[in-house]
Design a binder for this molecule. Structure first.
Ligand SMILES: Nc1ncnc2c1ncn2[C@@H]1O[C@H](COP(=O)(O)OP(=O)(O)OP(=O)(O)O)[C@@H](O)[C@H]1O
Ligand SMILES: [Mg+2]
Length: 263
């Protein structure tokens, strides 16, 4: 709980019995199978689990990029299913930041134009102090005039992070933000996300496969087969690794999640 800012017990977002079924009949896939989870404001939360366990589906549903089959998503007090299309568009723009594995920058725009694009679409100008704070935090001051193809992957992802934070969203989701980066660039992105939580009180949820990435966070939520199976507070790469190998051995060995929870 050490990194909580301001309102220690407030919930930035939550899901209630969330399900997502893709396909029909024999092709039916239960990507989410009853997920009830709370994301604490001012915390850095990791979502981990095997490939296909529903991590991306969960963050897409929470970020209003996908619609659940049943159950509810709340952003603060707002239930997403109750919003009209226009309200959903505004919520995505104003209250949610999203960082994709593949950066998803607009190739024809400069770094600065990419960072400011969501605000520009909304017809707004950034708060100048906040803009400077974020640009300096990601270390992009000398790259603002570059286009994505003139930047390294790490620099492009730092642009994407700055873009996600510019509207001061309620929550930033990042789906494997370091998945395409080498260890040095990854460490920069992870430190930036962690510091945005610690220094700005930002709430961040990050999907990752990497125990080292998870060790930057305050809490890890583990998914398996579309369900939340466990969580870990104040993770280290060692406790996350121990958890993952325990999960692979399975509970029947007596070395399952519960046994390793306090490791
Ligand atoms: N658009 C889709 N249509 C059909 N099935 C889908 C779709 N998106 C996801 N799925 C299925 O839903 C399940 C969960 O997928 P999801 O992408 O959420 O997993 P993930 O945990 O993010 O995996 P990874 O670590 O590989 O990114 C998988 O079985 C996947 O094949
Ligand atoms: Mg995924």
């Amino acid at each position: 709980m050490s990194t909580h800012h301001g309102r220690p017990d407030s919930i930035a977002a939550r899901t209630v019995d969330l399900t997502k079924v893709y396909g029909i009949g024999d092709a039916e896939v239960h990507a989410l199978d009853g997920v009830t989870v709370e994301i604490h404001a001012g915390e850095f939360t990791a979502v981990m689990g095997p490939s296909g366990s529903g991590k991306s589906t969960l963050v897409h549903c929470m970020a209003a990029l996908d619609t659940p089959t049943s159950g509810s998503v709340f952003l603060g007090e707002t239930e997403l299913a109750h919003l009209k299309d226009k309200e959903l568009t505004e919520l995505r723009r104003d209250r949610i930041g999203f960082v994709f594995q593949a950066y998803n920058l607009v190739p024809t725009l400069t770094a600065e134009e990419n960072v400011l694009l969501p605000l520009a679409i909304a017809g707004r100008k950034p708060d100048p102090d906040w803009y400077d704070t974020v640009i300096d935090a990601v270390g992009l001051r000398d790259r603002l005039g570059h286009r994505p193809n003139e930047m390294s992957g790490g620099q492009q992802q730092r642009v994407a992070c700055a873009r996600a934070l510019m509207s001061r969203p309620t929550i930033v989701f990042a789906d494997e933000p370091t998945g395409n980066l080498d260890s040095t660039a990854s460490a920069e992105i992870l430190a930036f996300l962690r510091d945005s939580v610690r220094d700005f009180g930002q709430t961040v949820v990050m999907v990752t496969h990497d125990p080292v990435a998870a060790s930057y966070t305050d809490r890890v939520i583990f998914l398996a087969d579309g369900k939340v199976v466990d969580e870990l507070r104040s993770p280290t790469s060692e406790t996350v690794l121990a958890h993952m190998s325990g999960a692979r051995r399975g509970p029947e060995t007596g070395q399952g999640h519960a046994a390793l929870h306090t490791a």
